[in-house]
Design a protein around this ligand. Structure first.
Ligand SMILES: [Zn+2]
Ligand SMILES: [Zn+2]
Length: 344
């Protein structure tokens, strides 16, 4: 089968690989019907994910049809349409039992698919702990609607959940890339008093204005003064940093009001400075990290109800055979691209 492979540092290539087989009773084999390219894939290419293993098939965001299940995956059968979770988790260790599935202590726990084990930019993928990591897609939800369930929407849903947004809050969201836009939809479900989106790209700012007229949009240059002017207590009540730019972590805490929650979901290429003397007395609560992707049933239910809809983010679709061109377009932000879907 065709599989897009991390051949060596800096080199991705489409290769012919054997179709995966069940290796454990909790495995499933999924025939991939739609996959995506994620910014994290580019991080692998650029060497900023040291745990990525050369030789693996890329891809950690996909939907498909169950081809085969092991004996210990009783809730799924061949033919079921499923969303694949970005994270592999056992469901029984200390962290899994507390919902912290990103830190599952299993050797394959956390982000393994398309990083440390073969992922889904391929015709088939083996999913370990399929009883935890696969969620059935309701009949009324299309593949394109469900595509971001396991990674981007899971991230946005989790970031929103841990930010504990109330109806009195004004939320500042830094970054309107794919993660920011999925987070925005989840934030809006909480119906906060106000939402401000800060984004550097004029094209992305226009996208937010057109699709979310209820949201205020601002550039990074103006965000501090703008947030001060449009909030009641000297800054945003909740800040979600989903940009990962050079100075966006500084903007995140500077735009927060005293005693605010600052949730950092961005992935940075460089260490960030936490200037504690400057922020002394501001008494902020910081939350950081990678998604605990265990809300997929609720996300799919919200998709089925039409409360979430991220299909507008899929600006381009390529067949797997042309995935090199898809990466090139995505990496260079050409042609108004937000997300690329890959059809195996
Ligand atoms: Zn991703
Ligand atoms: Zn676990």
């Amino acid at each position: 089968m065709l599989a897009y492979t991390y051949a060596a540092p800096g080199i991705f290539a489409l290769k012919d690989k054997p179709k995966p087989t069940l290796q454990h009773p909790r495995d499933a084999i999924v025939r991939v019907t739609l996959a995506s390219i994620c910014t994290s894939d580019l991080h692998i290419k650029h060497g900023s994910v040291p745990r990525a293993v050369p030789g693996i098939t890329l891809g950690h965001e996909m939907v498909g049809v169950v081809e085969e299940v092991g004996a210990d995956v009783p809730q799924l059968r061949p033919g079921d349409r499923v969303a694949v979770n970005v994270e592999t988790f056992c469901g029984t260790c200390f962290f899994c039992r507390h919902g912290y599935v990103n830190n599952c202590t299993d050797p394959n726990g956390g982000w393994a698919l398309g990083c440390r084990i073969d992922g889904g930019q391929a015709e088939y993928v083996r999913v370990p702990y399929a009883d935890q990591g696969l969620t059935k897609i309701p009949d009324t939800v299309s593949d394109r609607q469900a595509l971001f369930t396991g990674d981007l929407l899971a991230t946005g849903f989790w970031a929103t959940r841990i930010s504990r947004i109330t109806p009195e809050d004004t939320v500042l969201l830094l970054g309107a890339g794919p993660t920011g836009l999925c987070t925005l939809q989840c934030v809006l479900l909480k119906q906060p008093k106000g939402v401000i989106v800060c984004e550097k790209s004029p094209q992305q700012r226009d996208f937010v204005r057109q699709n979310y007229p209820q949201v205020r949009v601002v550039s990074p240059r103006d965000v501090r003064a703008f947030t001060l002017a449009h909030t009641d207590h000297g800054g945003a009540d909740v800040v979600i940093e989903a940009a990962g730019g050079e100075d966006t972590f500084q903007l995140a805490w500077q735009c927060a009001r005293p005693n605010a929650v600052v949730t950092v979901v961005a992935m940075y290429d460089a260490p960030q400075t936490l200037p504690l003397p400057e922020m002394y007395g501001k008494n902020l609560t910081f939350q950081t990290g990678g998604v605990d992707g265990c809300d997929c049933p609720e996300i799919l239910s919200l998709l089925a109800q039409g409360k979430l809809d991220t299909t507008a983010l899929i600006t381009h679709t390529f067949p797997l055979a042309e995935i090199d061109a898809a990466y090139d377009l995505f990496a260079h932000h050409r042609d108004g691209v937000i997300k690329v879907a890959i059809v195996p």
